[in-house]
Design a protein around this ligand. Sequence first.
Ligand SMILES: NC(=O)c1ccc[n+]([C@@H]2O[C@H](COP(=O)([O-])OP(=O)(O)OC[C@H]3O[C@@H](n4cnc5c(N)ncnc54)[C@H](O)[C@@H]3O)[C@@H](O)[C@H]2O)c1
Ligand SMILES: [Zn+2]
Length: 436
Amino acid sequence: MASVLSPTRWLHLATTALLLTTNPAASFSTSTPQNNNNNNRCSTTSLSVASTPPQQTSTPYDTVKVDLSSGRDYPIYIGSDFTDTEAATLIRQHIHGKRVLLITNDRIAPLYLERYQQLLSDNSVDDKELVVDTVVLPDGEENKTYDVMAMVLDKALGLGLDRKSTFVALGGGVIGDMVGFASAVYQRGVNFVQIPTTVMAMVDSSVGGKTGVNHPLGKNMIGAFHQPQCVFIDTSTLNTLPDRELKSGISEVVKYGLIRDAPFFEWQEENMTKLLERDPEATRYAIRRSCENKADVVQADELEAGVRATLNLGHTFGHAIENGSGYGTWLHGEGVSIGTAMAATMSEKMGWIDEGLKQRIYDILESADLPVKLPRDSPMKVETFNKLMSLDKKVADGQLRLILLQGELGNCKFTGEFDTGALQETIEEFVKEIEA
Ligand SMILES: NC(=O)c1ccc[n+]([C@@H]2O[C@H](COP(=O)([O-])OP(=O)(O)OC[C@H]3O[C@@H](n4cnc5c(N)ncnc54)[C@H](O)[C@@H]3O)[C@@H](O)[C@H]2O)c1
Ligand SMILES: [Zn+2]
């Protein structure tokens, strides 16, 4: 159960019970409470009590809790302009050993590394004696590789870090995924903390414990499930994030509305300009609501036996576009945006959603200035899609499974049972637009 707590109060969110199946051929759907009217075969899950939209608040930060079994719960702290002491106090309580390895990349290092190294080393805030070493990796999705990740392991071994050490990821989704993976495999697993600095990482990748690196044959193909000890989000770090990166992260925010939270989607339709203008209250609300949605799904299905797959709306198409265009050409969220447009187009072709909903999806993505088609110089061909999509991690027993939209806003279906003709038509349509 995900919950929001402020330092003074808790707000609890109830979730409906889930009946999940691990049968890879099975399909199931999700729905928002008020739209729970489709009669798909499997289970439904929803945010049954919606968190309130933003109001002027003096609460210094929110906490969304990820409730996992076996005492592995962890908090996501969401605030802005934390003082060094506040940040140190919150983060250090989740560090149990004496050694910390703080990892970032060469773009973020000049902005934030010194501050976080100092505040994590501030032994005056509690009675711990921590030593904080750092590693700076090369920036970029093209560096999300096994070899670059291994630089973290090399440094940790060189420093003689033991199993009680904590790795801290300071950066976007690339750093978070790589550091999470390094901490999953270093001496068979050490603790780690996420300090996300992009919208993408704040609303999605830092929460839920999916970690990994890319392989030339597929994105995120090597990895592990490994949950962090806490996620510390200071939205002030977004002040230095380029607009293009900000918009990329918004594609995942749109996703939560589409797959399970219609009221949140409607809020986004009203507030997209505020998000693009980095309005602090709107930004904090969008991050909190996204984290609540993500936490709910992760709690229900930590290892992606079922409903967690719905978080991949648009991703099978999107990953193919990211890989087929060469990692680094497209931002992850941009690939997801085109992929979401493709999933919406395919769903509409099959009569699973109506034209009006498809149009709203295109409209919201375009209002966030996200791409909904491939550009003229795209190398993507029909065969590229087919080859790369067949390597997707959701393929089971040779059968491709997709997250498609079905019914009213807020409902989706993860299934291998779809009209393959509609899939091919959709791919051809998007590829034809390149050539037109
Ligand atoms: N694990 C998951 O569940 C999950 C979910 C979604 C995405 N992902 C992964 O996340 C990755 C994408 O993450 P991303 O979009 O954060 O990309 P990213 O980590 O590459 O960050 C984007 C760019 O912004 C820079 N940057 C980061 N924070 C900054 C700041 N505050 N100011 C200025 N520059 C800053 C980075 O150095 C980088 O150049 C992909 O590899 C994707 O597969 C994982
Ligand atoms: Zn994603």
